[in-house]
Design a protein around this ligand. Structure first.
Ligand SMILES: NC(=O)c1ccc[n+]([C@@H]2O[C@H](COP(=O)([O-])OP(=O)(O)OC[C@H]3O[C@@H](n4cnc5c(N)ncnc54)[C@H](OP(=O)(O)O)[C@@H]3O)[C@@H](O)[C@H]2O)c1
Length: 239
């Protein structure tokens, strides 16, 4: 689906990858960009509508959904990453509250609008959805793996209504989230461009940077992808 002439909502649009996704949508001719942020700021482009949207706040999610008339694409980008070692359940709960349950709540609130337009849901996950970084960020990895499963199930559940569901699985990107790391990182702008290219291309999984791109072909032919397709056909009563 090309974004030109379409309405898109990006969560966490105030900085990092979310800000780059909003800018790329505008550059590609989006008709309207709803920029969700916990602290919304005015944007010079009059195609941008700023929305107050903490993805863990049910009332804010509902208020935002009431404000939107039509929506072609929901990009669930907002997320948190704290380093941990799995010893503190509160850290795991926080990751799940934002990266999994927040993504789920926003999706459910906007799915009726996306379904009416036969649009797309795009979940920004991480390569750590496929394999964890246990010595650095195991709780983050758990939350992204769970959000990937959520993405796969949603894909099967809404496919019959013409809604496309994409998973974005980036490697390291140069944002506040990775500040202080000395590993090679992609720019948020290059990742945003690759995300929209992947959506245009109909890629279910989008690997948008040099670290993740080599995985794309192997993922498409993997046992994980084959099983996803096979199990998506299994329904109650089928043998
Ligand atoms: N950077 C990487 O290397 C990398 C790699 C793979 C995947 N990702 C994923 O890419 C997405 C964006 O990350 P980033 O690198 O751009 O990180 P970032 O610069 O730290 O930005 C995170 C964004 O999420 C927002 N956010 C956090 N909690 C929120 C909440 N409860 N409600 C609404 N917004 C919330 C932040 O808003 P505030 O400004 O209000 O805090 C901010 O806009 C995340 O899902 C992340 O997991 C990043």
């Amino acid at each position: 689906m090309a974004i030109a002439g379409k309405a898109v909502l990006v969560t966490g649009a105030n900085r990092g990858i979310g800000q780059a996704l909003a800018a790329e949508a505008l550059a590609r001719g989006a008709k309207r960009v709803y920029a969700g942020a916990r602290e919304p700021v005015a944007h010079p482009d009059d195609r941008v509508t700023s929305l107050r949207l903490d993805i863990t706040d049910t009332a804010q999610i509902q208020a935002a959904a009431n404000q939107i008339e039509s929506l072609d694409m929901l990009i669930n980008n907002a997320g948190v990453m704290l380093r941990d070692d799995l010893t503190d359940p509160a850290v795991l709960e926080h990751h799940l509250a934002v990266n999994l349950l927040g993504t789920h709540a926003v999706t459910q609130a906007f799915l009726p609008a996306v379904t009416r337009s036969r649009g797309a849901v795009v979940n920004v996950l991480s390569l750590n959805a496929l394999a964890p970084l246990p010595l650095l960020m195991p709780s983050y990895s758990v939350s992204k793996a769970a959000a990937f499963s959520l993405t796969q199930s949603l894909r099967a559940l809404v496919a019959g209504q013409g809604v496309r569901v994409h998973a974005v699985l980036p490697g390291p990107v140069d944002t506040d989230m990775t500040r202080g790391s000395d590993i090679p990182m992609a720019s948020p702008e290059s990742v945003a461009a690759a995300v929209f290219d992947g959506i245009d291309n109909g890629d279910e999984e989008i690997f948008p940077d040099p670290a993740s791109a080599p995985i794309a072909a192997r993922w498409r032919d993997s046992i994980g992808k084959q099983l996803e397709r096979q199990l998506a056909q299994v329904a109650l009563g089928s043998s």
